[in-house]
Write a protein that binds this ligand. Structure first.
Ligand code: NAG
Ligand code: NAG
Ligand code: NAG
Ligand code: NAG
Length: 178
């Protein structure tokens, strides 16, 4: 084989290898934060004891979308439901894992009570009279993405959703997550 032809083969091989490494680096090795959102939110055990005291249980489906080529292992966490910037309910999220390139779904149950808010809150009275309570749901899942048993990279998924509880239908409407 001629020397020139041999060099051409080597060059072609180097280019080929470079492309493979580049593709690998841009896909598999690119580790992203998982996306955490609320799916369906159901209202249960709705009750009112007086004009400013509303109690209900929210059963919310949490989805953890892991687009990485390795699983995402997260620590214990807390989901918080807030009204007007004040927490009105919390739920424990036990540690777990979302498998590679999968969306994990689980339910959290949050007992929400407006008794935690000062009853003099004029917004609350106005909102109750309007029939719609605007609430938000937040959570942060912190953990690590494990890749090929050797690479571990710290990543976290932050959930930030807004929703409105319709007091007449006792259902959640306008659920939006960032
Ligand atoms: C409404 O009921 C809650 C709990 O039963 C109580 O804490 C609150 O003071 C009551 N508010 C009014 C305005 O009666
Ligand atoms: C996570 O929660 C479980 C169950 O409550 C508890 O046993 C465990 O110690 C917690 N782990 C951490 C790291 O807090
Ligand atoms: C989550 O809650 C919804 C609504 O209540 C229910 O239909 C579903 O079966 C629950 N899923 C799990 C995994 O418990
Ligand atoms: C959640 O989103 C709202 C706007 O949709 C924003 O004002 C707020 O700062 C966000 N909270 C976090 C913790 O990112």
């Amino acid at each position: 084989m001629g020397r020139g032809k041999c060099l051409a083969y080597v060059a072609a091989f180097v280019v080929f290898q470079t492309i493979i490494i580049l593709v690998f680096a841009l896909t598999v090795m690119r580790i992203k934060n998982p996306k955490v959102r609320l799916g369906v939110v159901a209202v249960e055990d709705f009750s009112t004891t007086n004009s400013t005291s509303i109690n209900m249980r929210l059963v919310a489906q949490v989805t953890v979308k892991n687009t990485n080529f390795g699983h995402f292992k997260y620590e214990n966490s807390t989901a918080t439901i807030s009204y007007g910037g004040m927490a009105v309910g919390e739920a424990f999220i036990p540690k777990g894992r979302a498998r590679a390139r999968q969306t994990k779904r689980f339910n959290v149950t949050v007992d929400v009570t407006t008794d935690r808010l000062s009853s003099s809150s004029s917004n609350l009275v106005n909102d109750i009279n309007s029939g719609v309570l605007a609430m938000s749901g937040e959570a942060k899942l912190s953990g690590k993405v494990h890749l090929m048993k050797v690479i571990k990279k710290k990543k976290s998924g932050e959930m930030n959703c807004t929703m409105a509880v319709n007091l007449a239908t006792r259902a959640v409407q306008d659920l939006k997550c960032e």
